[in-house]
Structure formats: C-alpha cells, structure tokens
Design a binder for this molecule. Structure first.
Ligand code: AMP
Ligand code: ZN
Length: 486
C-alpha cells in the first residue's frame, strides 16, 4: 500500500503523516446523532465528511472498522448534568414511548444517510445497549481515584485529573476561560469542583429511562458512552476519533479525560473535527431554529429556497468545501453546485462516446497523481473537484474534436472518473424518476384523449381503469386531464 496521507490532528494542531497503530487495520470512531429529532443539514454535513474520509481510507487499502454510535439515552437539555432528558421530553410531546422516539428518528437518520449515499458504518452501537460497559468504566474510574459518588450520582474529578494530566490538551483552552463559563458552586452542589461532570446520574421520579447500578437507579452521563463503546470495539488506543468541531471543547475533552484516567492511555492518535454548516454566518442548529431539514431541501419547501435540490447536488455542494472550513448555506450556492454537478455528470455520459486516437494530447497519469495528492493532503475534496473539472475539460475537448486521446488513456480516464467521482466522493447518477413518470403519463393521457375524441370509449376506459389499478387516478377537467397518485 502506498500511504502518503496527511491528516490534520486537532491534538497537535498540525497536519501529520497518518501512521495507524496497527496497519493495515484502521479504527475510526465518529460521534453519531442524538436521535430525539430529525437530523438537520448541519449534522448531515459532518456525517458526509466522515463518509468521504472512510471511503478514501478504504480506497487506499486500509481495512477500516468504522464505529458510529447512536446516542439514545443520557443526553440532558442544554448538554448539562441536570434537567430534562431530551428523549423523555420529546416522548411526552409526541405522546410516544422514549424508545419509540429513538426508533422513529434512528430510521429517519438512516434513510437520510442512504439518500446522501453515505456508506453504513461497520458497527453502530447504542448507548442503551451498552449500559453494563458504561457502569464498568465508571467503577474503574472510581477505583483509579478519578471519580466520586454523591447521593447516587457519580462525578468525574477534574481537579484531581488536572494535577496529573493536561485536561484541555485537545483545544489548548485556558482553564480560566473554561471556569468563566461555569457557575460558582453553591451550598447545594454535590460537585467538588466546578469543572467536574457527571458520569452516572441518579434518576429522579420524573425520569422514565433508568437502569440499576451499584449507585442505585440512574442513567449514564453523555460523555461516558463514547469512551465505553470506542474501547469495546476499537481497543484502548485506536487511530481516528472524529466529530463536529462543536464537540471538541466539552464532549471530546471529557472523553479523553475518562479514557486516559481509566485505561492509562489517550484513546485516539488522531482527532479530526469537521467545521460547521452555517446559514448567513450563523451555525445551523436545532436550538437556533435555523435547521434546514433534508426533506425541505429536496422538495424546495422552504422560504429561502427557489427550488428543490437533489440529494447528490447537496452532497456535491458539501464536498465543494474542505471539511475544516465553514460552509455557508444559500440558495445561490446550491444553484451553482447544481450546475457544476450536472456538468460533471454530462461529461461522464460523454466518456463512452469518445473516439480514441493514435496519440494523446492529455496527460491522464499526471492528472491522476494530482487527484491523489489532493486527497492525501488532509482529504482536500475542493481541490480534487477542481482537478476533476480538468478531466471534464479534457472530455469535452476530445468530444468536440479539439484534442486527441489514446485508447489506453481513455481507459485510464474512465477509471479515474469511476474511482474519484463514484467510489471516493460517493456521488452517483440520479435517475430523474419524477420527470420520467411525468413524460410517460403525459403520453398516456394524450393517447386516451385521442381515443375519446374518436369515440373509442372502450380504449379510453381501459386506459383509465388500468391506470387506476396501478394507483394512478385521472381527473378530467374542462380542458385538461390531470393525474394524481392514490
Ligand atoms: P447531535 O445530534 O447534536 O449530537 O449532532 C450530531 C453531529 O452533528 C455532531 O458531530 C455535531 O458536531 C454535528 N453538528 C451539529 N451541528 C452542526 C453544524 N451546523 N454543522 C456541522 N456539523 C454539525
Ligand atoms: Zn461522542
């Protein structure tokens, strides 16, 4: 395997040569969604970015075990240690069981990911399916002296941890800044230190989801699930841990502390963080109320959109930005991406029509090297896409008879397109199903009115009844016939 990959590591704040712990195996853990509501486009951006990363690692020959969890318990409002459970709150609102909420939004998430052509992870563990592993880890942390129990709740002792390790190693934030964002401990507080966080939380009577533990009925804190599940499936030390940038300061900082204090090693060699999708410069989030749902985008049913955009156009739009840059969402940007994606696919369609010549005026080998160089440079998809537009330019000039290409170069060009556009960028051709159905029905409706006009009612009825049996209803208005699905 030819491994020239450089990865930007948040831990060291620089690009580093990617050297897996145990090549060719690669362990990749990505923090998955909290399934108490529909995923918005920002969440999708993060998962599409890791899909690109996963695809490229596999493409260059690594044997990747990709673990992406589902958070289905233990996530309290405002990401704090007290307050309403997000699942229970939504369950009350929708008059469902919390596990019905989990099931509903997990299925929704999977459907959206498959529309975006994201490959499923190798393992998708849930927090509720790993309560034992989390309890075990909390017990180990108490045994190692980094956690303490008060009244059925167990806290991580950041004060103690800080005396031995660098708590803010991931973000390099000043402790004073962190403290400024926390409130003073009051007399009622159980925590010993202001930065301490809950590992296990005592269930109050209003909590519906709770489990027995050595500390009584309760539920896990948010951060412990990822430490417990990454350890179970990838080991104490694995290669890449990822998630959105918003997770670095708290969730990942606490994950590192938990794993380090429990296993005596930092959990991952490389920490990768995707940047945020923004709308007019503001981060897209459920709480800010600017969360576009994928469905609104596909149908165009949103005041900021002039039309619907297909899943592949949106995927292409996302990949046109590097995963570490912010990406601002707008109708104009999507319109431009839609044009670009069409240009790419049209060129692909022309590939089979090109006539080979005895000599080449294009250097496909060099182009291929530049494509690899782009991806090897911390998965730089915008540069890769720019190189692919060079391929489009070559295809168009050969098609127009302005350039020549040999048979073997043509074969290489097709391979390059297939590998980079479809396997690595994960784009695919989209059948415009609705468009096809529209034209087909227009044609059938025309045949029916011709039959009617020539008083061949037997045929026109046969068409109407036949369509009805296929679930399509025709309605004759004054001067037109319209159809709808029944
Ligand atoms: P959550 O379901 O809130 O836990 O988020 C799931 C993933 O989406 C996490 O990795 C977040 O960092 C990421 N995420 C949330 N908002 C955005 C956004 N606006 N842009 C990109 N990623 C996001
Ligand atoms: Zn996590």
């Amino acid at each position: 395997m030819n491994n020239n990959l450089l990865i930007y590591n948040t831990l060291t704040r620089k690009k580093e040569k990617f050297e897996p712990v145990n090549p060719p195996l690669v362990g990749l853990y990505v923090c998955g969604p909290t399934v108490y509501g529909d995923v918005h486009l920002g969440n999708c951006r993060t998962f599409v970015s890791f899909d690109l990363i996963y695809r490229y690692l596999c493409h260059v020959g690594f044997k990747v075990r990709y673990v992406r969890n589902i958070t289905d318990a233990g996530h309290l409002e405002g990401d704090r240690d007290e307050g309403d459970d997000k699942f229970a709150k939504k369950a009350k609102l929708e008059k469902l069981e919390p596990m019905e909420i989990v099931q509903k939004y997990t299925i929704g998430f999977h459907n959206v990911m498959s529309l975006f052509n994201a490959l499923p992870p190798s393992i998708e563990p849930t927090a509720t399916g790993h309560i034992c592993e989390q309890i075990e880890m909390v017990e180990q942390l108490i045994k190692n002296g980094y956690a303490y129990e008060v009244n059925g709740t167990v806290y991580f002792d950041v004060e103690k941890y800080r005396t031995e390790y660098n708590y803010t190693i991931l973000t390099n934030r000043q402790l004073e800044d962190l403290l400024a964002n926390t409130r003073e401990l009051g007399g009622q507080d159980e925590k010993r230190g202001r930065l301490d966080f809950a590992l296990w939380i005592k269930a109050k009577p209003e909590h519906i989801m709770h489990w027995p533990s050595p500390w009584g009925q309760g539920f896990p804190g948010w951060h412990i699930e990822c430490s417990a599940m990454s350890r179970k499936y990838l080991g104490d030390l694995f290669d890449i841990h990822g998630g959105g940038m918003d997770l670095a300061a708290t969730h990942h900082t606490n994950e590192i502390a938990q794993s380090q204090a429990c296993n005596h090693t930092t959990p991952a060699k490389y920490w990768m963080h995707t940047n945020m999708l923004t709308v007019n410069g503001t981060r897209m989030s459920k709480s800010a109320g600017n969360g576009f749902l994928p469905k609104e985008l596909f149908t165009g049913n949103h005041p900021l959109l002039t039309q619907g955009f297909s899943p592949m156009t949106v995927r292409f739009f996302m990949l046109q930005a590097h995963y570490r840059s912010t990406l601002d969402f707008s109708n104009e940007a999507l319109l431009a991406s839609s044009k670009g994606f069409k240009r790419l696919m049209t060129a692909y369609g022309l590939l089979d029509k090109l006539k080979p010549a005895t000599h080449s005026e294009c250097n496909i080998q060099e182009l291929k090297e530049r494509c690899y160089a782009a991806m090897d440079d911390d998965f730089n998809s915008p540069i890769l896409i720019a190189e692919l537009f060079e391929a489009v330019r070559i295809i168009n000039s050969v098609y127009d008879g302005k350039a020549a290409i040999t048979e073997s170069d043509l074969k290489e060009l097709k391979k390059l397109f297939n590998e980079f556009v479809f396997d690595i960028l994960g784009l695919k051709e989209e059948a415009s199903e609705n468009q096809d159905l529209n034209s087909l029905l227009d044609f059938i409706i025309k045949l029916r009115s011709e039959a009617k006009n020539s008083k061949d009612y037997a045929t026109s009825d046969k068409i109407r009844i036949g369509l009805q049996q296929l679930g399509i209803q025709l309605k004759d208005n004054k001067d037109e016939t319209i159809w709808s699905k029944v």
